[in-house]
Design a binder for this molecule. Structure first.
Ligand SMILES: Nc1ncnc2c1ncn2[C@@H]1O[C@H](COP(=O)(O)OP(=O)(O)OP(=O)(O)O)[C@@H](O)[C@H]1O
Ligand SMILES: O=P(O)(O)OC[C@H]1O[C@](O)(CO)[C@@H](O)[C@@H]1O
Ligand SMILES: [Mg+2]
Length: 332
């Protein structure tokens, strides 16, 4: 659905809205908060910041944002509102506490910025009568309804930057690096970084893991192709990178080393792509909310910013992934 369709629908004008960030922080969340604040205040709508995600919503850590609060945050990683994970938010009674906090303050609409888990929380709130809209903020890029999530490009940049450095030392020492990247069961970071870094292997849920085949191929790359270094990128929760590196050292001519990139991937100043995406999505989310499009989220599809039902965005099947695997296989 395009923005004009939604604008045409009209609705009662909201005077107070709130925003929270939830789940793992993602670079660009601040740019989204800034856009929400700027766009809403131009329309005469007050914006409240909810601190520490759903935890702050339940406990009433809610404050009216001033324009100064969002100045000079565009370039900052993390989230000025703080974030959290609150497993108890799945319980009806906890959700009701959150709803009461909004009602007590006369807040009529809520924008949540986060990943799939955050979206499920938003869905619950919207089913319980709170006008709620989602913005995809997660480095995992695991909301299939949108081609990109805020933070994904910065995390990818961080990975590529780290792998470039590992490659330098790797080729000097005839080494194979086994690198674990984040993604929480999803493969986007491993797949895209594998393509961007020209890795020899990626290991994801989709590729599966055949250790003997990898060892055999490493041997082949070294002996037949004369490779001086090799890079293997594994999605987290798939393998023990240290064990694979040890086996590579024992059974091939490469010396194997492993590294878990960890939270380095999630930090740092957002790249322009994330800042722009977040700004577009923040603006669009305000429009959606003010048009009472509860239960919708902002997506980027084929280069257009569009709205989709949260359930649909979560349950969609990604068409891009298959093409990207094909690309990886043709390049390796
Ligand atoms: N089924 C659910 N119902 C209600 N709330 C939920 C549900 N799943 C998750 N949440 C809430 O959303 C919060 C964030 O979810 P989660 O920890 O999965 O991160 P996320 O939003 O997916 O972001 P990321 O994956 O980038 O860290 C949870 O801590 C919980 O408070
Ligand atoms: O920061 P935490 O709570 O350890 O969570 C780590 C998880 O968060 C993410 O960085 C974002 O969802 C995942 O890729 C990772 O599995
Ligand atoms: Mg998630």
């Amino acid at each position: 659905m395009y923005i004009q369709d939604l604008v045409n629908k009209g609705g009662m004008k909201m005077k107070k809205i709130a925003v929270l960030t939830s789940g793992g922080d993602a670079p660009g969340m601040n740019a989204a908060i800034r856009a929400i604040m700027r766009v809403a205040s131009r329309k005469g709508v007050e914006v409240y910041g909810i601190y520490d995600g759903y935890t702050g919503l339940v406990n009433g850590k809610i404050e009216k944002l001033k324009n100064i609060d969002v100045s000079e945050i565009l370039s900052r990683g993390g989230t000025i509102l703080g974030s959290s994970r609150l497993p108890e938010f799945k319980e009806d009674q906890v959700q009701m506490q959150a709803i009461n906090q909004l009602k007590e303050r006369g807040i009529e609409g809520l924008i949540v910025i986060g990943g799939d888990g955050t979206y499920r929380g938003a869905l619950e709130l919207s089913q319980k009568g709170i006008c709620c809209v989602g913005i995809p903020g997660t480095i995992d890029n695991d909301i299939n309804g949108t081609d990109e999530t805020i933070g994904f490009h910065t995390a990818l940049y961080n990975i590529v930057d780290a792998v470039n450095k590992l490659r330098d030392t790797s080729s000097s020492h005839h080494r194979c690096f086994v690198i674990e990247v984040m993604g929480n069961h999803k493969d986007s970071l491993a797949l895209y970084s594998g393509i961007a870094c020209g890795s020899e292997f990626i290991i994801t849920k989709n590729t599966g893991y055949d250790e003997d085949y990898i060892i055999q191929m490493m041997d082949y790359y070294e002996k037949q192709q004369g490779k001086k270094h090799a890079i293997i990128i594994a999605s987290e929760k798939m393998i023990d990178v240290e064990k694979l590196a040890e086996r590579i050292s024992k059974e091939t001519h490469f010396s194997g080393r492993s590294i878990v990139l960890g939270h380095i991937q999630r930090g740092g100043s957002p790249v322009p792509q994330d800042r722009i995406l977040a700004s577009q999505m923040g603006q669009y989310a305000v429009e959606l909310l003010l048009n009472h499009q509860s239960g919708y989220c902002v997506c980027k599809k084929d280069n257009h910013i569009v709205a989709r039902k949260i359930e649909d965005a979560l349950n969609d099947v990604s068409e891009i992934q298959e093409r990207m695997y094909q690309l990886f296989n043709e390049l390796v």
